[in-house]
Design a protein around this ligand. Sequence first.
Ligand code: HEC
Length: 114
Amino acid sequence: MIRTNAFGTRVALAAGLALSVTLAQAADAEKGRQKADQVCAACHGKDGNTPIDPSYPRLAGQAADYLYVALKGYKNETRKNAIMAGMAKPLTDADMKNLAAYYASLPGSLRVKR
Ligand code: HEC
């Protein structure tokens, strides 16, 4: 059921805000860095910007929410990729938040920061 009114919009906005605050508070980029160095750097590069193959995505500077959702997708197989499924399966929810926060904090080469 979709019923739009000012109140509903405000509730949805508040819920969205609460979610991103939770994500920001729960994430520990330093823990993410440790895991990234051990596991992810092998393919995505130590800086998240120098993947070992040009078809492997750059993670540095991507939005934390996006990276988190991507990892969750690989874990529950709504996003299908054999390599990343294997990588995401052992990750906990906290691991994924930490990794997302870490890669989001790195300077990306994908877009010009103004
Ligand atoms: C064996 C190589 C390999 C390792 C190790 C690896 N990845 Fe990946 N990763 C890939 C490939 C290949 C893709 C592209 C998959 C696709 O097309 O969906 C990818 C995609 C991703 C994406 C989606 C990026 C986007 O722009 O949509 C994220 C996020 C990601 N990896 C995070 C990680 C994290 C975090 C780790 C460490 C826990 C990791 N990867 C380890 C190969 C690897």
